[in-house]
Write a protein of this length. Structure first.
Length: 448
């Protein structure tokens, strides 16, 4: 296959191309999907891995971080039981009343998933690999829409190499009473690359909660690329929650891309507490008037962890509302990045968009980089952004210690209060309580 000429390729950049050439014949999909894959790998070949001179990646040098690319991780006989699931994502999250869907080692696991129960409640749910062989129109439309994200290398690589995931379609008017918990796992003791794609389509008036949990069974040097696209029709609603607590050797690249229709609502929350390097990208596009989105999250990082959250909210039509709030707690030499961009097109009058990022630095060597942006072409809008960073308030710490609390416990309470504002954005008390327990465990002060 003829590829665009790139002046210089690193070893990892070439290994990604080689990985595609070795795997392409075995990747799932019909002729149309194969053509989409080849177009995507050509896009990647022309761009290469992003680096500091790429503006959207100025704080996260992916080219410099990747020394090599392990082979695709795929094992059909991974042994997973309740104890392994609990260790991977935590007892609190596993105990949530939810439909369970499991993708382990790059393979959809129907034996661990509540597919029958979901179908009984009206959801169309199919293994992505299975559906790629004869894709429905709604799946093809979602794949093509994501592939149209031009210069996004993460999406291009995912489109080229996606092997597993699930496709979910909520029919018109359906309201799910329980969340869908999509659990992503690696493989015990293995190194490898995983490329997963999830597609969620909510038809008119449908609503559901989707929890994506990324946990580890004990893999070494895992490289994960996961993309989830969400399409919301008129008056539909999706609450999208993510918990990422993978092994410290992991490189985690994740994209959420949502299209919001008329009077639809998309709420998204992400908690990042694992991986050596993680990059969370969120793209939201308003395609119908009177839509709304609330995107929030919390990052807990220590050691030399690097966590980058980059989001773009695109207002294309009038009278839509967007809110973004992210909290970061950084210790040791950890580095947190927040890049938030609100784009208001010329026809998007009466847009209301606000974003805020705040970092709590627990050491003098922790680093927070923030780049909020507003790009406004309309004149009747209310938009704003802000960013703050600082250390624990010593007066508040003294106040708590003066009332008999040990210093470690007092500091933990102040940190929990700091991130608590982000957790308040969750519209589900049970999920909020489970994620609060995860945060408390990270702090070393587990809650009962």
């Amino acid at each position: 296959m003829d590829l665009p000429v790139q002046q210089f390729r690193t070893e990892a950049e070439q290994e990604l191309l080689d990985l595609f050439e070795r795997s392409v014949d075995a990747l799932p999909g019909d002729a149309s999907i194969a053509a989409m894959r080849k177009a995507a790998i050509r896009t990647y070949a022309g761009l290469g891995l992003p680096h500091r001179r790429v503006e959207a990646w100025k704080y996260t040098d992916l080219r410099g971080a990747l020394d090599n690319v392990p082979p695709l991780l795929a094992e059909l006989d991974v042994q997973v039981g309740e104890s392994e699931l609990e260790a991977a994502i935590g007892k609190a999250c596993l105990g949530l009343p939810a439909y369970r869907v499991v993708v382990a080692a790059g393979e959809f696991r129907g034996d661990l998933s509540d597919i029958g129960a979901l179908r009984d409640d009206g959801v169309e749910v199919v293994s992505l690999a299975q559906m790629l062989e004869s894709p429905a129109d709604w799946l093809t439309a979602s794949l093509e829409d994501a592939a149209g994200c031009g210069d996004d290398v993460v999406i291009a690589l995912n489109t080229a190499l996606m092997t597993a995931g699930v496709a979910l379609r909520l029919p018109e008017g359906l309201t799910l009473q329980k969340p869908i918990q999509l659990i992503h796992l690696d493989m015990i003791g293995a190194s490898g690359s995983i490329f997963t794609r999830n597609v969620v389509v909510a038809e008119k008036g449908a609503s559901a909660t989707l929890i994506e949990s990324f946990g580890t069974l004990g893999a070494k040097e895992l490289q994960r690329n996961a993309v989830t696209t969400v399409s919301l029709a008129e008056k539909s609603a999706i609450h999208h929650v993510k918990l990422q607590r993978e092994a410290i050797e992991t490189i985690h690249l994740n994209v959420w891309a949502a299209n919001v229709g008329t009077e639809a609502r998309y709420n998204a929350f992400q908690l990042s507490a694992g991986a050596a390097l993680s990059r969370n990208q969120v793209y939201v596009r308003f395609d119908g008037e009177d839509g709304a989105t609330d995107i929030s999250g919390a990052t807990l990082a220590r050691g030399r962890q690097h966590c980058d959250t980059t989001l773009v909210v695109e207002h294309n039509v009038p009278s839509c509302e967007s809110r973004e709030l992210f909290k970061l707690v950084l210790d040791d030499e950890a580095r947190g990045v927040f890049q938030g961009k609100i784009v208001v097109k010329q026809d998007a009058q009466k847009t209301d968009g606000k974003q805020m990022s705040q970092a709590l630095l627990l050491s003098e060597t922790a680093e927070f980089d923030s780049k909020p942006e507003l790009e406004i072409y309309a004149d009747d809008v209310v938009c704003g952004h802000g960013a703050t960073s600082g250390q624990i308030d010593e007066d508040l710490l003294f106040y708590l210690r003066a009332r008999g609390l040990p210093e470690d416990q007092a500091r933990a309470l102040l940190i929990q209060a700091f991130v608590g504002e982000a957790f308040e954005a969750l519209d589900d008390e049970a999920i909020g309580d489970a994620l609060t327990i995860v945060a408390a465990e990270w702090l070393g002060t587990p809650l009962e």
